[in-house]
Every structure is written in C-alpha cells, then in structure tokens.
Design a protein around this ligand. Structure first.
Ligand SMILES: O=P(O)(O)OC[C@H]1O[C@H](OP(=O)(O)OP(=O)(O)O)[C@H](O)[C@@H]1O
Ligand code: HPA
Length: 175
C-alpha cells in the first residue's frame, strides 16, 4: 500500500505487466504503420512515461511531438478541457497516432481529436495505456488499448493524484 497526500492506493498493474503489454502494442503499431512515417502526438503530462517506453518498441520511422491539455483537479474531471501547449507539427496528409495515458470520461480525447482534425491529417488513430469503459461519457473510437480497467482512480506510471505519483514505475489503484 502507498499513501499520496490524503489517499491510500494498492498495487494494481506491475512494471513487468506494463512492459510485456507495451512490447505487443509496439509490434502491432509498427506493423500497422510500416510504410507511413506516422506522427505520434503524446498528450502531456500523463503520457510522458508511456510514450517514452512505447517508442522504444517501435521499429519504424516516426516523428514524435506533444500537446498539453488539462481537465482534472484531484480525482475529478472539471468537465472542461484547457489547452496548455498546442500543436506545432504540420499534420496535412500525415497519419497521426495520439498517445494518452488514460481515457476516462473521454472528454479530453474528444477535445484533442477535434483540434487535430482541423489540421487535415490523412488519418488519426488513438492509443491509450488505460481505458475505463464504464466511465466513458463521450464516444471515442480507440485503436490501441493497453489495459481495460474498472472505474476506479489510478496513479503511477505517468498518472498523478493532485500532481503527485507520476514517477512511480507501476500503477496503483485507489483503495
Ligand atoms: O477521459 P478524461 O476524463 O478526459 O480523462 C483523461 C485525461 O485526464 C488526464 O489528464 P489531466 O487533465 O489530469 O492532465 P495531466 O495529463 O497533466 O495529468 C489524462 O492524462 C487524460 O488526458
Ligand atoms: O484514474 C485516473 N488517474 C489519474 N489521472 C486521471 N485522469 C483521468 N482519470 C484518471
């Protein structure tokens, strides 16, 4: 068990399980985008660890860039998304893969896809490490999922509780 601020969390997905899953996802994405030189857009802050580990398992030419949005305060969605760092890459006629740490209500990804689609990319795919089907309130099509999880708050491996816990190498779940 670990304590972060006022909350207790229990071990949920180990670093070894994450690594095994990332290897498989990396192989699948490499196969699907073999000749496409995709642009991968990581969503800060949460996706920094997932994308840096996943990228090592991609054996295709690719570009990596980032956007930053925020919608959570503590364990709750504010219900609106704030843009903090915008897109700098030219996406015209490029294949794009958006990489998130988690799709929870789907609000952030819906907002991101709207922004990305204004740049006229050739295609847009979505990869997320964690997906909470029971929490989804906005319909998002997801192409690559690391783990489907129940609707409980999680921390670690990039994910925070009130700014803390992103550096933990595995994933913990609210007790
Ligand atoms: O599907 P949703 O309900 O929108 O939740 C998912 C989003 O929430 C988290 O971001 P947050 O706003 O906490 O910013 P962060 O990545 O900097 O932690 C996470 O990284 C996703 O972007
Ligand atoms: O379960 C979660 N943990 C951390 N950040 C999040 N952002 C959306 N859902 C979560």
């Amino acid at each position: 068990m670990i304590k972060i601020k006022d909350k207790e969390f229990v071990p949920f997905i180990s670093a070894e399980e994450i690594d095994i899953r990332l290897k498989a996802l990396g192989a699948q994405i490499s196969k699907d985008f073999k000749n496409d030189n995709p642009i991968i857009i990581g969503v800060l802050n949460g996706a920094f660890m997932f994308l840096s580990d996943l990228a090592k398992y991609l054996d295709i030419p690719t570009e990596i860039s980032f956007m930053k949005v925020a919608s959570y305060v503590g364990t709750d969605s504010k219900g609106e998304v704030t843009d903090l760092i915008g897109l700098e890459s030219d996406l015209l006629n490029r294949r794009v893969i958006v990489v998130e740490d988690i799709i929870d209500t789907g609000l952030s990804m819906t907002h991101l896809l709207k922004t990305i689609n204004t740049k006229n990319p050739k295609s847009v795919s979505v990869a997320t490490l964690l997906y909470k089907p029971d929490a989804l309130r906005y319909n998002v099509e997801v192409d690559y999922i690391g783990f489907e999880i129940e609707n409980k708050f999680v921390v670690g491996y990039g994910l925070d509780y009130d700014g803390q816990g992103r550096n933990i190498p595995s994933i913990y779940q609210l007790k």
